[in-house]
Write a protein that binds this ligand. Structure first.
Ligand SMILES: [Zn+2]
Length: 229
């Protein structure tokens, strides 16, 4: 599928409606593409600190939810930004996420990028590309201590990623680097890019302009406060 090969590790962000195929069909195709030694991961974010339980549904779409329900899927224990994974090293990938920070450098998506893993976008843009948040941590973005939402309860020393509405900005520098492989899966446009390239482009972008990934909605709690700095 779109150039994924046996042994690859990949995190998938998808709109199943855009793809137009069944969830099981897409999941099987992904697992087959990287089998036998690869790994597939998907976000199973719950965005709700207070009621997280590993067997409660995530809020990141039908494909991720069906994936999480696979008998061999392992889910990390971060209360808001959990990730599910199937395949080789899945246990190592999700281990300790609750201590590593939502999208920190040692979070599952940070580890996946470090290990040479890919990000696959199926029918969604880079606003869904959570690895950009990992890049914000690598860059030491100056707004990581601002809560995503003032109503979110504190969660130890964890820092949460912010708004991703402006993450479409990352596509241009990635295209300039020729880091994106375009394709089609079902009816959806697909982009495959190395997680490390996403992080590198994010760090470079934020070095040039620390506000490059903030949205311009004055009603956005986090971005408006970050801009004010
Ligand atoms: Zn915002």
């Amino acid at each position: 599928m779109i150039g994924l090969r046996s042994g690859d590790a990949v995190v998938v962000h998808a709109s199943l409606r855009a793809v137009g195929l069944g969830a099981d069909e897409v999941i099987d195709a992904l697992l087959d593409a990287v089998a036998p030694d690869g790994l597939v991961a998907m976000p199973t974010f719950s965005y709700d600190n207070e009621s997280f339980a590993p067997d409660l549904p995530g809020r990141t779409g039908t494909l991720a939810e069906e994936f999480r329900r696979r008998p061999d899927a392992l889910r990390s224990a971060h209360p808001t930004y959990s990730v599910a994974a199937v395949g080789a090293d899945a246990a190592e990938l999700v281990d300790g996420h609750e201590r590593a920070g939502a999208t920190g450098i040692d979070s599952p998506l940070g580890r996946l990028a470090d290990a040479g893993g890919y990000v696959l976008l199926l029918g969604v843009g880079h606003t869904a590309n959570t690895t950009v948040h990992v890049g914000e941590f690598h860059a030491g973005a100056p707004y990581l201590d601002i809560p995503f939402d003032p109503d979110w309860p504190e969660h130890g020393a964890d820092r949460f990623p912010g708004c991703s509405r402006a993450f479409g900005t990352i596509e241009r520098p990635l295209r300039e680097r020729e880091a994106i492989r375009d394709g089609k899966v079902g009816n959806a446009l697909a982009q495959l890019v190395l997680g490390a390239a996403v992080i590198e482009a994010t760090v470079e972008l934020l070095r040039a302009d620390p506000a490059a990934l903030l949205c311009t909605d004055p009603g956005c709690y986090r971005c408006s406060r970050a801009r004010a700095r």
